[in-house]
Design a protein around this ligand. Structure first.
Ligand SMILES: Cc1ncc(COP(=O)(O)O)c(C=O)c1O
Length: 384
């Protein structure tokens, strides 16, 4: 590896480092607050409950949601499964985009096979597989549809889907948005998105710890719990309580993770999501510009402009993605991710299946120098 500091450019997978204050909040929770929240009334239980409810308020405010309908779970995957597996019944029809992560496609394919749910993929005529509101409107007009599920931004190309426009076009069919790639990277106001539900990871753009994820529920949707168990409330009953958040949060929660996520959202709020989005978009444009001047480099699904996250996919003619990524790490200290990024459908759609791409993911702490180092290293490796 070169003498320089390691450069982390894999924010599409998970954020690193975490927001300032996250480690301190998690440590404080574990050292001073780690009773079992909502279970009993002693001081540590009260402290744990307060830490979690403070985090809930913080995150709800940051994403424009109702705190009571802001639910904590282990990640986006858990909440996507919860929504899909409890909302879709035998014979139902669901429409999705061609850019989905396996956290959506795998439960959908399982539902198709085991429950006879009809899964319709709206391929999208747009550049990079981007679907249009018109395409979804036509799908919904063609047959009764129980649910639309779609990613807010592709985790492969970084392109942002017009989810608010789609939600307006298909109303009153409920739209569930996979916001794993957008929460903390783009301004999100759930109250104005028109979606029935929005799911996101705590560990990506929100800059919190792994093992945390959030479900925002609108008023028009009532999701059943995927798992059932103790909540500390209504303990006389062998049925789940009806009130939220308890109905959807069975078992002891990830207290340290939630406290860390709350601290991350506080930092994001202070820094300002508009400034973060602007920073990441400026850097991804710089990266796209630099890479497109390197001979043999091809960008995939790059639509440019503001409708993009900090994620960018590219390949280098004549070079294997895995080998290039390993060399970038070993030789230059630059961390990016090769392959299919758990999204084979998206790679099929943009024509990069089965080899996949190299994916760079920019975060709020990356700099012009980081981006220029990646461009320089790719230039050096591609000419070998
Ligand atoms: C678009 C998309 N959806 C869902 C997920 C799964 O998120 P989590 O790791 O929080 O379960 C990811 C993570 O890679 C993602 O990129």
């Amino acid at each position: 590896m070169t003498a320089g500091r390691p450069i982390y450019l894999d924010h599409g997978a998970t954020s690193f480092p975490k927001a300032p204050g996250v480690v301190e909040a998690m440590t404080r929770y574990l050292e001073h607050e780690a009773g079992n929240p909502g279970r009993g009334g002693h001081r540590l239980t009260v402290a744990a409950s307060r830490a979690i409810e403070d985090a809930r308020e913080e995150i709800a405010r940051f994403l424009g949601a109702d705190p009571e309908r802001t639910l904590f779970g282990s990640g986006a995957t858990f909440w996507l499964n919860t929504v899909l597996l409890t909302q879709l019944n035998p014979g139902d029809r669901v429409v999705t985009s061609a850019l989905e992560h396996n956290a959506v496609m795998r439960p959908l394919r399982w539902l198709e096979r085991s429950r006879g749910v009809e899964v319709v993929v709206e391929t999208g005529e747009g550049l990079g597989g981007l679907p249009s509101a018109e395409g979804f409107r036509a799908r919904v007009a063609a047959a009764p549809t129980a649910l639309i599920i779609l990613t807010h931004a592709s985790n492969v190309t970084g392109a942002v889907l017009p989810v608010a426009e789609i939600a307006r076009a298909v109303a009153p069919v409920p739209v569930v948005v996979d916001g794993a790639q957008t929460a903390g990277s783009l301004p999100v106001d759930f109250s104005n998105l028109g979606a029935a539900a929005y799911v996101c990871s705590g560990h990506k753009g929100l800059l919190g710890p792994q093992g945390s994820g959030v479900l925002l529920l609108g008023n028009g949707i009532d999701v059943e719990p995927l798992i059932r168990g103790g909540t500390g409330s209504r303990s006389e009953s062998e049925e789940m309580p009806q009130h939220l958040p308890d109905r959807l949060e069975a078992g002891t929660p990830n207290g340290p993770g939630i406290a860390g996520l709350g601290a991350a959202c506080r930092w994001l709020d202070e820094r300002g999501i508009a400034a973060i989005a602007e920073h990441e978009q400026r850097l991804v444009r710089r990266l796209a510009g630099g890479l497109s001047e390197v001979s043999g480099v091809r960008l995939h699904g790059w639509v440019g402009g503001a409708s993009h996250t900090g994620v960018l996919s590219f390949t280098v003619a004549g070079h294997d993605n895995g080998e290039l990524a390993a060399r970038l790490d070993r030789r230059d200290g630059i961390m990016i991710r090769p392959g299919l990024h758990c999204a084979p459908a998206a790679h099929r759609r943009i024509g990069t299946f089965p080899d996949g791409t190299l994916r760079a993911g920019i975060g709020p702490f990356n700099t012009d120098d980081d981006v220029d180092a990646l461009v320089g290293a790719v230039r050096a490796l591609s000419s070998r």
